[in-house]
Design a protein around this ligand. Structure first.
Ligand code: ATP
Ligand code: MG
Length: 183
């Protein structure tokens, strides 16, 4: 599975609709300080369901919406869409039949978040479920940021085990068991 396209509008510094194509297995993003490189990573984590504002470098969840600049007024909503190539069948279950999977999240100033899977409205759960066990997700090891390596080295055994379970693809089943047991 590969992330091929990122579409942003009204998200942090990406006020105008912007489409980023990632045509190969390796893409580098370069630019001066403050140009929006880390905002792209925030966008990816946000779509996959990150709900802690601090992890998106903000104070509240609506901080991801473009808040205006000297030349532009603030906007009312932020939208990010990720398009994955699923030709290798990484995503299983209901969505396995799709060669391309689109995951979208939108938030408005009143704090309402909506999620979409291949264009159809869905719950946040449907998106986190989709990625469980693939190594992708808002807090998965597939996004490695500054300071994270030392965090893993210093992690408590339970935390380390969580990463190993996700890598081994069993976190999905543990999640389901927990759910069944709580019913
Ligand atoms: P560095 O090289 O220093 O890491 P960077 O390219 O990673 O820089 P980012 O942190 O992605 O930069 O972008 C920071 C910019 O995004 C700042 O100019 C900040 O004002 C802008 N920004 C962040 N949130 C918003 C928002 N809600 N509305 C408007 N601009 C925003
Ligand atoms: Mg940065």
């Amino acid at each position: 599975m590969r992330l091929t396209t990122i579409k942003l509008a009204g998200f942090k510094s990406f006020v105008d609709p912007t489409t980023l194509h990632l045509p190969t297995n390796m893409t580098g993003v370069v630019g001066p300080n403050g140009c929006g490189k880390s905002n792209i990573i925030d966008a990816i984590r946000w779509v996959m369901g990150e709900s802690a504002a601090s992890r998106l470098r903000g104070d509240s969840l609506t901080d991801v919406i473009f808040s205006g600049s000297s030349a532009r007024k603030p906007v009312g909503q932020a939208t990010v869409e990720l398009i994955f190539d699923n030709a290798d069948g990484t995503i299983q279950g209901e969505y396995a039949q799709y060669a391309e999977i689109s995951v979208k999240r939108q938030v408005t100033r009143d704090g309402q978040s909506s999620y979409f899977l291949n264009g159809a409205r869905c719950r946040r759960r449907d998106i986190t479920d989709l990625f469980l066990g693939t190594g992708l997700g808002p807090r998965s090891y597939s996004i490695i940021e500054q300071g994270m390596i030392s965090q893993i080295i210093e992690a408590h055994p339970e935390e380390l085990r969580m990463h190993l379970e996700e890598a081994a693809g069993i976190s999905k089943y543990k999640e389901r068991r927990k759910e069944t047991e709580s019913r």
